[in-house]
Design a protein around this ligand. Structure first.
Ligand SMILES: C[S@@+](CC[C@H](N)C(=O)[O-])C[C@H]1O[C@@H](n2cnc3c(N)ncnc32)[C@H](O)[C@@H]1O
Length: 297
């Protein structure tokens, strides 16, 4: 068991960082969190009622915290995302990154971890310059049934890729679901399994759902492969979909999405399904973070 003094999670969401500390068997005195989403706060406080919530990160100058050994955070990524509009530091959401930097400089913790999406190299380099370290790219698919590329900047030493576990959707799906419990539909196209090749990222795109909208929401995956990256707007029709036969598909349930992030089962129960999908998609893959934290000695 490793012991640190206090930890501070910025943009703390549902506190996947705290779940990861526990999993890595790192004890801490106080966990401070900065988060503003009421659903995320509800989920965090349900599991970690001793968390001291500090509110909006922009008010950080009003905080007076002592002995922060570990600072962690993944600022809202829309402004950085390649999938988005390629916005940059002028985007107000990206500017929150500079609050992370300011808090880092002010509290000088022993360790820090900053997480974000894969982004334009210029922006990535600008972040590396601010933080003084280069990021490591880890795909959550190494430890879970979700392909999710994320960048991790940290001064925790000697971070290597986590050992590969062979986990696919079929290993995490709920098998005894009643069809009425989960939304699904018919497949418009079904590619034979051997044609639905497993991609280098572990995905097996097997068919097309009978939905209107972007191609990305119509993609149906075979349980023999992995889920694509969970997103924050995992409601409506944008949740990951799996084939349940050669003619039918269904959405993944919130519990299955928790498993894709290696969260404890039912972790986000207590808010609506829409909020569960959102907060899970926003969250961290716990086993990736605990893998990194295990190098804290
Ligand atoms: C990408 S998510 C991070 C999720 C988190 N790593 C987790 O474990 O769930 C970004 C979070 O930043 C929060 N956020 C946005 N603006 C904020 C602000 N001004 N102060 C604090 N948190 C903020 C959002 O509500 C969201 O939960």
């Amino acid at each position: 068991m490793v012991k640190i003094k206090n930890a501070l999670g910025l943009f703390d969401g549902i506190s996947c960082g705290q779940v990861a500390l526990k999993r890595a068997e790192i004890n801490y005195d106080t966990y401070y969190a900065s988060e503003i989403n009421k659903y995320a706060l509800k989920i965090t406080q349900k599991h970690f009622p001793n968390t001291i919530q500090l509110g909006d990160v922009k008010q950080w100058k009003e905080w007076d915290l002592q002995d922060i050994d570990l600072l962690m955070g993944g600022s809202p990524c829309q402004g950085f995302s390649l999938a988005g509009l390629r916005l940059n530091f002028d985007d107000p959401r990206s500017k929150l990154f500079f609050d992370f930097v300011a808090v880092l400089k002010h509290y000088k913790p022993k360790y820090f971890l900053f997480e974000n999406v894969v982004m334009n190299k210029d922006i990535q380099d600008a972040i590396s310059k601010e933080l003084g370290v280069e990021p490591i790219l880890i795909n959550s698919g190494l430890v879970s049934a979700q392909s999710r590329d994320r960048l991790y900047w940290t001064n925790i030493p000697n971070i290597q890729q986590p050992p590969k576990k062979e986990i696919n959707l079929k290993d995490i799906i709920e098998t005894s679901l009643l069809i009425s419990e989960v939304r699904g539909g018919m497949l418009k196209e079904y590619f034979k399994h051997d044609e639905g090749k497993i991609s280098p990222r572990g995905l097996c795109h097997i068919g097309t759902a009978d939905l209107n909208g972007f191609d990305s929401i119509k993609r149906v995956y075979h349980p023999d492969g992995k889920s694509p990256t969970l997103t924050t707007n995992g409601s409506g029709n944008s949740e990951s979909k799996i084939s349940t036969s050669e003619t039918t598909w269904r959405k993944l349930t919130p519990l299955e999405c928790e498993r894709l992030q290696t969260l404890p089962d039912k972790y986000t129960e207590g808010v609506s399904n829409t909020q569960r999908y959102n907060s899970i998609g926003n969250g961290w893959t716990v086993d990736v973070i605990s893998h990194i934290f295990r190098n804290i000695k």
